[in-house]
Each structure stands twice: as C-alpha cells, then as structure tokens.
Ligand binder design. Structure first.
Ligand code: BJ8
Length: 425
C-alpha cells in the first residue's frame, strides 16, 4: 500500500486503523468469492483491478478532480439523477453501504431492528472508513422508506453537507409533479454547489454519457440470456456495482469490451457455469459492495443467476433518457419521465414491479425466482408476498429469503437454496 494513499486517507479524515481492517476484510472476501470462481471472462481483469484500487486510484482520481475545481456528489439511491450532476461538471458517486461497520456506535443512533443497508451507511460515517463519503462535497439522502428517511435526520447531525431529496410514494399526476419539482430543486442546488449553470448542450451530453453507460449494461444483461450463461451472476453483479462509482466513459468502454468477449464465448458455447445449470432471477433489495453473500451462496449451490431485479441491476438501469429535447426544460421533463418509471417497493401500488419480474423470467429463460429481502426492510419484505403470489399464478417456482450482512445464517440459507435448486432440475 503506497504511502501516498495513506496520506490521502489521513487528509480525508479516515480512521486509518479501522480503514485498514475494512480493506483487509474486503480483500479477503474478494479473493474467496470472486477470484475463486472458474471460467471467468478475461475482461473481468479490469474489475479485479478496479476492486484492488477501490479506495486507492479511484479516490486519487476524485481528489485530483476536486483539485481542479470539480465537485463530488455522493448518493444513496438510484433516484438521484447522474445526468444533472454531470451537466454541472460534477461527479456522482454511489455510496455503497454493503458491510456492517461500527455496529455498537450505530445502535446509539438507530434502533437494532433497522435494515443492514441503513446501518451500514451510518456505520461507515461513524467509523470514518469510507473515502467516497468523506470526499463528497454534497451527500444526497432521499425520502424513500421510513428507515432511510428518519436515519437521514441522524446522519444530518454528523455531516454538514447532507441534502435531502423528497420523493413521491404514488405514481400519480401529483407524484410526478413532486418528482419534477424535486429535480428542479436539485438542479438549483447542484448549480449553486458547482457555480456552473446547466445549459442544453451540457445536459444533452450528460444524458448521452449516462445512456451509453446504461446501454452497455443492457448489452451485458442480454448476453446472459444464453445457455450456458457466459458470465456468472457474481461477475455481472460486480459490473453493476462498479457502475456506481467508476468514471462513466471508462466503465462503458470496459463493459463493452467484456460484451465482445462474451459474444465469442456464446458462439463457442463456453459458459461460466455448465449448460443446463438451473437459472435464477434474484429480485428484491439492492446489493451494494461488498455484499456478495447471497449470489455466492446461489452459485456455489448449483445455480446460476441470470438477472437481478434490483436497483443494483435492472431496476436501476433498465430505462434510458430521451435525449431528443432541445431545451433544458424539455430534457428535465425527459429525466423526470425516465426516473419516474423506477419501480421501487416504496411505491404503492407497485404492479409494474410484479409485471417486470415475470417478464424477466421469460426473457432470461429463468427456472425460478429468489426474492432477496433484507431483514427489517418493510417495503421489500411486504412486497415479497404479492411477488410470490404473482409468480405462483404463472407456475414460476419462488423462494423468499430474509437475511442481513452477517455470515451466521450462511449454512441455513445454503440448505434452503440447495433444496430449491434441486426442485428446479
Ligand atoms: S429506489 S430500492 S436504491 S430506496 S433495504 S434502505 S428500502 S429498509 S434501498 Fe433503495 Fe432507492 Fe428504492 Fe432502489 Fe429501506 Fe429496505 Fe433498507 Fe432499502
């Protein structure tokens, strides 16, 4: 580890010992889960490199950007439009929240029965271990589930730069109007932060950059329809996770390169896992870095994940933004239309999500669906029941699981997943 990095982390105010411990756990998990896989596409070397430098080179790039006057905006939700940040010459970074940290401290702020994702966000702040969070000039929280909404009140006490975005709960005329107004308010806040006025040229170019990134992810997703699947669910998840903090243009190029390789693999019938391996769609709560526990369980229990109905997956990236508008106003409308389609479980009713899951089963020729719910996540756990019913009506085998970031339940989960996969054969 270079001394320059240590200095950089110190300058950001990280707790170096705690941060070393986190990097140690992350490195071991990556070796045991990712590098242990067989038949990986060669293009995954790029992501191995990105992960080995996740708190190093990428942070240095952000610090260099800051030195040149660019602002960094951190976000916890896919409702925060990257297009607006880019158009104002800022960089948007997804804040991951995929590991338990400083739990004793966290429970001084949040009740024990809070979902792991929210506790993790709080733990990364309290434990001073996340360089992305500390490098952010603005952190955007959003009013989605009650847990996040209330947790941002506590998080706001720990940082001065928290910006809270309100979001609708219903897909109605009023709901869309709220989203549109909130995006306008966000645009004003970003312009005030950066001192850069968003103009039609910059907004169009930002939309095109983000569309290109999402199109590359669509291309990757489509290639997973093949049997044998040319890439594991773990590797595809990693690409989705990295999309939240990598440089968008470089990310797009790297994913497209992997896709070229996957096309050759498909032509040669070369798979990450053997042909006729039971194919699973995982649906539910987002999996942020380094939350790889569940896909690892599935893919070491005889299954292959061929799609994620998740914000770190298709729910988050499936729609593009219409870039044909000429004025800022027209493009802000297009951005609102695009994000308004995200079918997060915080919406009521949320029939679109049920439809999307069944469509994904057909599209990816999946044999079954596993609904992944984080313990204490009311929106997704509640919605897992109608999801199961909708799938049962179509005779699609479904398993509902509820877990957290701990490893205590791995044995029990593995037994259930193995039995489910056995039934799919
Ligand atoms: S658009 S899914 S990224 S809110 S797991 S914190 S819901 S209690 S993460 Fe999400 Fe935006 Fe929706 Fe997507 Fe609450 Fe559930 Fe925890 Fe969750």
């Amino acid at each position: 580890m270079s001394n320059d990095y240590v200095k950089m982390w110190k300058d950001l105010g990280l707790d170096i010992d705690a941060h070393d411990a986190l990097l140690g756990v992350l490195g071991n998990a990556y070796t045991d889960i990712y590098l242990a896989q067989k038949n990986r596409p060669e293009g995954m070397d790029y992501f191995n490199f990105v992960m080995s430098e996740v708190h190093g080179l990428r942070i240095k790039e952000l610090i260099d950007e800051k030195a040149q006057g660019r602002k960094i905006i951190g976000s916890y939700c896919v409702f925060v439009p990257e297009e607006i940040a880019l158009a104002a010459n800022a960089t948007l970074i997804g804040l991951c929240s995929g590991a338990d940290f400083a739990m004793e401290e966290v429970e001084k702020y949040l009740p024990r029965n809070t979902c792991a994702l929210i506790k993790s966000a709080m733990g990364f702040k309290l434990g001073k271990v996340c360089p992305y969070l500390e490098a952010s000039d603005m952190v955007v929280g959003e009013n989605t589930c009650d847990g996040k909404k209330k947790a941002y009140e506590s998080l706001g006490e720990l940082m001065e730069n928290l910006y809270v975005m309100d979001l609708p709960q219903m897909k109605s005329t009023q709901g869309r109007a709220l989203l549109r107004a909130e995006y306008e308010r966000f645009k004003d806040a970003v312009e005030a932060l950066t001192g850069v006025k968003i103009i039609s040229e910059s907004l169009k170019s930002a939309i095109q950059t983000v569309n290109a990134k999402r199109s590359a992810l669509h291309r990757l997703a489509k290639l997973r329809k093949a049997d044998p699947a040319p890439i594991s669910g773990l590797d595809a998840l990693l690409a989705n996770q990295v999309s939240f903090y990598d440089n968008p243009a470089r990310f797009t190029e790297s994913v497209n390169k992997i896709c070229d390789e996957l096309e050759t693999r498909i032509a040669e019938k070369k798979g990450a896992l053997p042909e006729k391996t039971p194919r699973i769609i995982v649906s539910g709560c987002p999996m942020a870095v380094p939350n790889w526990k569940f896909p690892w369980i599935v893919e070491t229990s005889g299954g292959v994940i061929v799609g994620e109905e998740s914000c770190v997956g298709e729910r988050g990236c499936r729609n593009l933004t219409d870039d044909s508008g000429e004025s800022v106003e027209q493009m802000m409308e297009a951005i609102t239309d695009r994000y308004y389609k995200v079918d997060c479980a915080i919406f009521t009713p949320n029939q679109d999500r049920l439809n999307h899951i069944t469509e994904m089963v057909e599209e990816y020729q999946a044999d079954g669906v596993i609904h992944y719910g984080l313990q204490f996540c009311q929106p997704y756990l509640m919605e897992s029941i109608p999801v199961e019913k909708a799938l049962e009506e179509k005779d699609i085998p479904t398993l509902r699981i509820e877990t957290d970031y701990g490893m205590e339940d791995v044995g029990q989960l593995k037994t259930r997943v193995e039995a489910f996969i056995e039934q799919l054969k």
